[in-house]
Write a protein that binds this ligand. Structure first.
Ligand code: DAH
Length: 337
């Protein structure tokens, strides 16, 4: 009898009902008046007195196990049939399994710093027209960035493109005509580049734009200086180098003191002690005009940075492709970030 009970115990443990009916069938087979357990209790009457205690316990164990299996599997059908689920869909995403992608972590951190300064997040489409990506931003018709080499065209006439930078969102926001403007625009951009450790055809940028009365280069410097101290740590040095962008005049590129070697010189900063992190400048009056903003009354500054670049510096990642390969060994390192 002992073997019989043990065999049944093994059997029932692997049982899985795929329907309510199958579960009821299982209950009838084992627990009904004419079921296996009743039969076993009848047999039990003939068990020798010295074996009774052990057999009784075994039999009860079997009965309880079967009851537990039924109760457990029953639950599953009840919730399903009532259309309910144990998941609370109103919980914040953070409470769910998995972790954020490092690029999302960095984007959120950058957003938060600028939000605390009063910037709001703006969005624009990834599929854009020539006007928003180039013309309104003062790109001359023969500018090399418009070339097929750089830009992915969706249609050539009219020109519909995948945006090559998030500066297009500047134009979208200015067009709305609500002043002053203080926005940051994070998003995905596309360029026809060969994929390597330093470049990708899809990457991410954050654009910033501030337009108000009396905005000056000093405001731009102070805002970006504050960002760098917050993000890379106090004591990080910044320097501005003159540069050129069609939509800013004065234009600059900003470097920070290398956060890997502390400015001593290493292969990340190519032994210069400095790394470039963004382009910026005072909005060219032409782009304000293109969006019906009077440049006599308003001035502004803009800046744009690559999220991958910031993340690479922050986490000392030396191959940009890591962000796109979805290798769990890489992603898991950001679980607690
Ligand atoms: N759009 C530029 C790029 O993709 C980055 C940039 C430079 C944005 C200067 C700006 C700026 O707003 O003022 O390279």
């Amino acid at each position: 009898m002992k073997e019989k009970i043990e065999k049944i115990l093994e059997e029932v443990k692997t049982f899985h009902a795929d329907s309510k009916e199958a579960l009821e069938q299982f209950r009838i087979q084992y627990l009904s008046k004419k079921g296996t357990i009743t039969e076993l209790f009848t047999e039990f009457k003939q068990v020798a007195p010295e074996m009774r205690k052990e057999m009784g316990m075994k039999l009860n164990e079997l009965k309880n196990t079967i009851q537990d299996i039924i109760d457990e599997q029953q639950k599953q059908f009840e919730t399903k049939s009532e259309g309910k689920t144990d998941l609370d869909l109103t919980l914040p995403v953070d409470a769910m399994n998995g972790s954020r992608h490092p690029l999302s972590i960095v984007r959120n951190e950058i957003n938060d710093i600028f939000k605390r300064l009063g910037f709001v997040v703006a969005e624009g489409p990834e599929i854009e027209d020539d006007f928003h990506v180039f013309s309104a931003l003062n790109f001359p018709p023969d500018h090399p960035a418009r070339d097929m080499q750089d830009t992915f065209f969706v249609t050539k006439s009219p020109d519909v493109v995948l945006r090559t930078h998030t500066s297009s969102v500047q134009v979208r926001v200015m067009e709305q005509g609500k002043l002053p403007i203080r926005i940051i625009a994070p998003g995905r951009v596309f360029r026809n580049e060969a994929i390597s450790a330093r470049a990708h055809c899809i990457f991410h940028q954050i654009e910033g734009l501030y337009i108000d009365k009396n905005v000056s280069f000093a405001d731009l410097k102070q805002t970006l200086y504050h960002f760098v101290q917050e993000y890379f740590g106090e004591g990080t040095k910044v320097r501005f180098r003159p540069s050129y962008f069609p939509f800013t005049e004065t234009s600059a590129e900003m470097d920070i003191s290398c956060n890997i070697c502390g400015g001593e010189g290493c292969n990340i900063c190519k032994h210069t002690g400095w790394v470039e992190i963004l382009g910026c400048g005072i909005c060219d009056p032409n782009i304000l005009k293109a969006c019906n903003i009077d440049p006599e009354e308003y001035t502004g500054f803009a800046f744009g940075m690559g999220i991958e670049r910031i993340a690479m510096l922050k986490y000392q990642i030396n191959d940009l492709r890591m962000f796109f390969e979805n290798d769990l060994r890489f992603l898991k390192q950001f679980e607690n970030a």
